[in-house]
Ligand binder design. Structure first.
Ligand SMILES: [Zn+2]
Length: 165
């Protein structure tokens, strides 16, 4: 089972632009395989719902105005959390229909990440990039999905612009 942040970023970043060409990792047989690797069933219905949730979450993170939250309506309708008392305290158990487990899990993962790291989930600052990141830097100023890819590319561009002017 993936950790919340891994699962969330895996979904958000499953449609990268490669060499200028938009791709979609959730398409076709590879998409069903990907869903299975995240702990899902890999059904066509599950992949379709993952695609819809991905679009909604990407919009929510990018626009930051909350209107896309409506697109997530229904995803958690059948989820129930019940308390169980154990010697080490109360444990909340999540009950969810097997077919909804992955799709609901992604939305819960998103919620956990933005609660645990407020303001740290963001889109890559390279506007030709479609990736997302969770900023774990101490000052909270990380801008790139990857320093190696987007960070260096954008720095090189700034240098080139400066050299020209
Ligand atoms: Zn990037």
């Amino acid at each position: 089972m993936l950790r919340d942040e891994e699962l969330l970023l895996a979904l958000l970043n499953s449609a990268p632009v490669i060499e200028g060409v938009p791709t979609d990792g959730l398409e076709g047989a590879a998409g069903r395989e990907l869903a299975r690797s995240w702990g899902g069933k890999g059904s066509a219905d599950e992949v379709a719902r993952l695609t819809r949730v991905r679009r909604a979450l990407q919009t929510i993170v990018r626009e930051d105005d909350g209107t896309a939250v409506g697109e997530l309506a229904g995803v958690l309708d059948d989820a129930v959390r019940t308390p169980r008392i154990t010697p080490s305290g109360v444990v909340w158990e999540l009950h969810i229909p097997e077919d909804d487990r992955l799709v609901a899990g992604v939305v819960l993962a998103w919620s956990n990440v933005i609660t645990e790291f407020p303001g740290r989930l963001r889109a890559c600052a390279n506007d030709e990039c479609t990736q997302f990141l969770v900023d774990h830097s101490r000052p909270g100023t990380a801008k790139w999905c990857s320093m190696a890819v987007c960070g260096n590319r954008m720095k090189a561009r700034t240098h080139a612009r400066r050299a020209k002017s």
